[in-house]
Ligand binder design. Structure first.
Ligand code: KG4
Ligand code: ZN
Length: 359
C-alpha cells in the first residue's frame, strides 16, 4: 500500500503555502510570499497578513493540486499549521483545513510550525532520532534535540531577537536592500571582519541561550560614530561593518552549537547529527562554521535545500504525516494557538520580535 497523500497548509507568518506529499516525496510545494504587502511598515502587519492568507491559501491549494496532477478527491489527510504564529493567519489556515477535511471526509491534523522546521531534516536527509537542530530564521532561534514527531528538548534559544531580524535591521541601518540576510552577506564579502570588533553576547553565560539585540545596538553606535567622524559612510565602511556583524553572529552561533552538541552527545546518540534550518541557514559563513564544529565533534552536518529551510507547507505535510502515523488526529475543536512551545517542560522564551511570538 502506498503512503497516504497529505495536503499541507501553512499561514502562520507572511508566507501562504500549500503542498502535497506522499511519504518523503514532495509532489508539489507552492509558496506565496507577502513581502510586497508589508514592505512599507518595517515588519509584518498581522491584519494585512491574515487577509492575504484568507485570499491566497485556496489559490495555493489549487496550484499545488495542478502541479502534482491530482484532485482534492485523491487527498487522504489534511495537515495544517495550528500555531505558533500570528493568530489571524493561523486561523485562516485552520478554518480552511477544517472545511476541506469535513467536505472530503478525511482526517485532520494540527501541526506545530516549529515541529515542521525541526522534522524537515528527516524529510530531506532521513536523519535518525535523536538529532540536534539549530533553527535560525527571521522569527526563530533555538537548539532542539529531536527525539520523535512530538518529542523535543529545547537546549536554548534567543532571549530577544532572532538572527534574521538582526540581519534585516543591520541592512536597514546601512541602507542595504531587504531581506537583509542576503544583502549583508554579499556586502560582507568585500569587508574586513577584524576592523570592527562587535560584542559576542551571552558567551560568558553558561548554557545555550542567545541574544542578538545588543549586537544591533553596537552596530548602530559604530555607524553613527563613523558618520560623526567622517561626515558619512564609505563603501568600504559598510562592507567592514557587515563583515564584523556577520562574524559576531557566526561566532556566537558556532560557540553555542558546541555547547549544545556537548549536551546532546551525553546521550550517546547512535548516529549523531546536527541540522540547520530556517532562512538564516542560507548564510554560507554560518554553514561553514557549523560544518567545522561538526567535523571537530564527530557529527554529521546537514542543511536542507533553501526552499525547504524557509517557511513552506511541505514541512507541515511531513510533520502531519508523522503524527498521523503515530495515531494523532484532531477534530473540529482544533484551535489556533499564538504561542505553542515545542518543549513543554522548558521555560518560555520571552522574545517576540517583529514576526511574532517565538514560543
Ligand atoms: O525562514 P524565513 O524565510 O522566514 C521566517 O523568519 O520565518 O527566514 C527569513 C530570514 C530573514 O530575516 C532573512 O534576512 C534571513 O532569513 N536570511 C539570511 C540569509 N538569507 C535569508 N540571513 C543571513 N544570511 C543569508 N544569506
Ligand atoms: Zn518558520
Amino acid at each position: 500500500m502506498s503512503a497516504p497523500l497529505i495536503l499541507g497548509l501553512e499561514s502562520s507568518c507572511d508566507d501562504s503555502a500549500a503542498a502535497l506529499l506522499r511519504g518523503r516525496v514532495v509532489l508539489a510545494s507552492v509558496v506565496k510570499g507577502q513581502a510586497d504587502l508589508h514592505a512599507g511598515f518595517g515588519g509584518v502587519v498581522p491584519e494585512i497578513a491574515a487577509r492575504a492568507h484568507a485570499e491566497r491559501l485556496d489559490l495555493c491549494v489549487e496550484e499545488a493540486l495542478a502541479e502534482a496532477g491530482v484532485t482534492l478527491r485523491d487527498v487522504d489527510a489534511i495537515a495544517v499549521t495550528s500555531g505558533p504564529g500570528l493568530i489571524g493567519g493561523v486561523l485562516s489556515g485552520v478554518m480552511l483545513a477544517k472545511g476541506l477535511a469535513t467536505g472530503l471526509g478525511v482526517p485532520l491534523v494540527g501541526v506545530n510550525h516549529l515541529a515542521g522546521h525541526a522534522l524537515t531534516p528527516r524529510l530531506t536527509d532521513d536523519l535518525v532520532y535523536p538529532y540536534l537542530v539549530l533553527l535560525v530564521s527571521g522569527g526563530h532561534c533555538q537548539f532542539l534535540i529531536v527525539r520523535g514527531a512530538d518529542d523535543f528538548t529545547r537546549l536554548g534559544g534567543t532571549i530577544d531577537d532572532a538572527p534574521g531580524e538582526a540581519f534585516d535591521k543591520t541592512a536597514r541601518l546601512l541602507g542595504l536592500p531587504q531581506p537583509g540576510g542576503p544583502s549583508v552577506e554579499a556586502t560582507a564579502r568585500e569587508g574586513d571582519e577584524t576592523r570592527f570588533r562587535f560584542p559576542r553576547p551571552l558567551l560568558d553565560r553558561p548554557g545555550c541561550d542567545l541574544s542578538f539585540s545588543g549586537l544591533k545596538t553596537a552596530l548602530l553606535r559604530q555607524r553613527d560614530q563613523l558618520i560623526a567622524e567622517q561626515g558619512g559612510l564609505r563603501r568600504q565602511d559598510v562592507a567592514d561593518l557587515c563583515a564584523g556583524f556577520q562574524a559576531a553572529v557566526r561566532d556566537v552561533l558556532a560557540l553555542k552549537a558546541r555547547r549544545a552538541i556537548a549536551v546532546y552527545l551525553e546521550e550517546t546518540p547512535a548516529n549523531p547529527a546536527l541540522a540547520v534550518a530556517g532562512g538564516v541557514a542560507a548564510n554560507q559563513t554560518l554553514r561553514d562554521a557549523l560544518e567545522t564544529v561538526c567535523a571537530e565533534t564527530g557529527l554529521r552536518f546537514t542543511a536542507p535545500p533553501l526552499r525547504l529551510c524557509t517557511d513552506n507547507a511541505a514541512m507541515i505535510a511531513y510533520a502531519g504525516g508523522a503524527l498521523l502515523a503515530s495515531g494523532v488526529t484532531h477534530d473540529m475543536t482544533l484551535s489556533a494557538r499564538p504561542r505553542w512551545p515545542l518543549d513543554r517542560l522548558a521555560t518560555p522564551l520571552v522574545g517576540s520580535g517583529k514576526k511574532g511570538a517565538k514560543a
